[in-house]
Design a protein around this ligand. Structure first.
Ligand SMILES: Nc1nc2c(ncn2[C@@H]2O[C@H](COP(=O)(O)OP(=O)(O)OP(=O)(O)O)[C@@H](O)[C@H]2O)c(=O)[nH]1
Ligand SMILES: [Mg+2]
Ligand SMILES: [Zn+2]
Length: 254
């Protein structure tokens, strides 16, 4: 059983005020990390500190797409960011909803609340990205534990240790522990389908089995990158991820 599971309960015959879980209802989805069931929206929280792991963000988006979850990018700590950082993230993820917020200053929080109201949401991302601080800004008086980045690095641990769901008005939101490792379990040949910005070019390459990883006019995706229509950083990470998945796939048959 996981946080987010819907269950059937029965009254405990031995103890008056207690209920017993008799079964877990079928899940709509189950994210591998954070291990959480039945969410509809995932807030992928990132900032300039800690240095963002953009491959992790890309993988989380892929997992959301595989599970029918809407990924939302939250650029946190906007009070200490320069405009260029925020606009770069917005350009890379133009196909998603991107919020730039400061939980400390209360900037952008009302917009997030409105957006996630009525759905089941979880936050996720690297440790110290500002997930718990964000929930503290969303839910008045909740006071989840948060911790300075420098202390975290010296301790090397996350502050939040478990997945927990919180309720406030029409908002249901889960806090989760930070992580930096996420294994992606897909065939490299399927990867390009998870890049929405590739969609309009797929099927237009010279060769039907094009992996979109080699330079040249034969590939519609590479051409779109060269002309600035596809973000180069996103594309470079696609190539890197493709190559890692290819090696993993080859190992499977060793
Ligand atoms: N300046 C500024 N600092 C922030 C903001 N939001 C969070 N922080 C700081 O970032 C640090 C980490 O915040 P947390 O909320 O504990 O991070 P977390 O993502 O929950 O971390 P884990 O629980 O370890 O996964 C703390 O020192 C926060 O005060 C913000 O909007 N502005
Ligand atoms: Mg936390
Ligand atoms: Zn191609």
């Amino acid at each position: 059983m996981y946080v987010g599971d819907l269950v059937n309960i029965e009254k405990d015959t031995y103890s008056k005020d207690k209920y017993i879980i008799t079964s877990v209802k079928p899940r709509i989805n189950l994210l591998p990390r954070p291990k959480i069931a039945n969410i509809q929206k995932l807030l992928i929280v990132m900032s300039s500190v800690p240095i963002p792991d953009m491959e992790l963000v890309d993988k989380l988006i892929i997992y959301c797409m595989m599970n029918g979850i809407e990924p939302i990018i939250v650029v946190s700590k906007s009070d200490v960011l320069d405009e260029a950082f925020i606009s770069d993230i917005m350009a890379q993820y133009y196909f998603l909803t991107v919020f730039a917020v400061s939980s400390k200053k209360g900037i952008g929080i009302a917009d997030i609340c409105k957006y996630i109201s009525g759905s089941i949401t979880a936050v996720c991302g690297q440790s110290a990205a500002g997930k718990s601080t964000l929930i503290n800004a969303i839910i008045p008086g909740i006071d989840l534990q948060t911790q300075d980045v420098s202390k975290k690095i010296s301790r090397g641990k996350q502050t939040t240790r478990s997945n927990s769901l919180y309720y406030y008005k029409d908002i249901i939101i889960a806090d989760t522990p930070g992580f930096s490792r996420l294994d992606l379990n897909i065939d490299c040949a399927d990867l390009s389908a998870y890049y929405p910005e590739f969609d309009e070019y797929l099927g237009k390459c010279k060769y039907l089995d094009c992996a979109h990883i080699k330079e040249g006019a034969d590939c519609a995706i590479v051409t779109a990158v060269e002309s600035g229509k596809i973000n180069k950083n996103r594309y470079d990470r696609y190539v890197s991820l493709y190559q890692k998945l290819k090696i993993l796939g080859e190992k499977k048959y060793d």
